[in-house]
Design a protein around this ligand. Structure first.
Ligand SMILES: [Fe+2]
Ligand SMILES: [Fe+2]
Length: 342
């Protein structure tokens, strides 16, 4: 069952980026909500070696996640596949998806390390340091799952790479928050939740649930930091940030498709991509990825009439009334307090 290997020819990729380094000599601890988030992050650190049962068997050819999540599911093209081909397609699709999670986690690790350097607030540097550790652990668990359980690897998807490059090469710290914590992690939170709720494998379920605990905090970190920043921006700066959010949204909704899977399978990649874009099921799945992004963006003041019209065109505006991620965090803490008191 050994598959061909996809290791890149050039394992280390380097390029210069501009950074504005910020010391903070004041060490102020006035941002209470960030300080509280830091306390929670310390309390909730976990060890992937002991928390997860790595001895659990994973059969990548089984329906680890429902076939319905495969872009061409139910189409004439799908119906023509033999049982053996479906098994292979499942293996490729789950491998592609988890490899993109892995590469995205590396992007988050690098972006958060940059945030620690560039964010001017001491409280955010302190919290950011916990996120760096969280992301290292996320890279650890996806790397281990992919290498030990799935047998081969996919390189980073070109569209995801483009988005990560945009975030990592922008010298403005708030753009890193906007790109990583609000957009990429907001989307990841929704994608991970679907995986946790639908996977049939207990290791994949527990791993994903553990990562989600951290990601929910990361998105709240972005919301709290940017809400303060955005209160003091000019109209021009705000418009620029809205454009950045919109571009990232389009990229994530319509471009993050698993073309590489169809190519590996030797199928007609253009036809498969077209089918996944047309499938109402897949469209709804992609739309749902924005359920937290939209209310969060709104709470930052980045939902002007111009942006509302564009979000309406993308079919994601109706998420604007959902709760924001900082409110979700507070609710979770309250639940925890009540549980502990009981
Ligand atoms: Fe992460
Ligand atoms: Fe994260």
């Amino acid at each position: 069952m050994t598959m061909s290997n996809f290791h890149p020819k050039q394992p280390v990729e380097q390029f210069p980026v501009q950074q504005i380094l910020a010391y903070n000599w004041e060490y102020s601890a006035d941002r209470q909500r960030l300080m509280r988030l830091y306390e929670n992050a310390k309390r909730d650190q976990w060890n992937a070696t002991s928390r997860l049962d790595w001895s659990i068997d994973v059969d990548p050819e089984s329906e680890l996640i429902p076939d319905i999540a495969i872009g061409i599911y139910g189409s004439p093209m799908w119906n023509k596949l033999t049982a053996k081909e479906i098994q292979r397609l499942r293996h490729e699709a789950i491998t592609w998806q988890l490899c993109q999670f892995l590469h995205g986690e590396q992007g988050a690790l690098l972006a958060t390390a940059q945030i620690v350097d560039t964010v001017p607030w001491y409280e955010a540097k302190q919290y950011g340091a916990t996120q760096v550790m969280d992301e290292a652990r996320h890279v650890e668990v996806y790397r281990r799952f992919v290498q030990e359980k799935l047998e081969h690897e996919y390189p980073v998807n070109p569209e995801l790479k483009k988005l990560l490059d945009m975030i990592l090469s922008d010298s403005r710290w708030d753009m890193k928050f906007l790109g990583m914590q609000i957009m990429v992690e907001g989307l990841a939170l929704a994608a991970f939740a679907t995986m946790r709720d639908t996977t049939t494998n207990p290791l994949l379920r527990d791993l994903t649930a553990a990562v989600i605990e951290d990601e929910a905090r990361h998105v709240a970190f972005g919301v709290l930091s940017l809400r303060e920043f955005c209160q003091n921006t000019s109209d021009k700066e705000r418009a620029e940030r809205e454009d950045f959010v919109y571009e990232a949204a389009v990229l994530m909704r319509d471009r993050l498709l698993n073309r590489e899977v169809w190519q590996t399978m030797g199928m007609d990649a253009d036809a498969c991509v077209k089918l996944s874009l047309q499938s109402p099921l897949m469209a709804e799945f992609r739309r749902r990825l924005f359920s937290k992004i939209v209310p969060n963006v709104k709470s930052l003041g980045l939902l002007s009439d111009r942006q509302r019209a564009r979000f309406a065109d993308l079919g994601i505006l109706d998420f604007e009334h959902n709760t924001t991620s900082d409110v979700d965090q507070d609710a979770e803490e309250e639940q925890r307090r009540q549980l502990n008191a009981a």
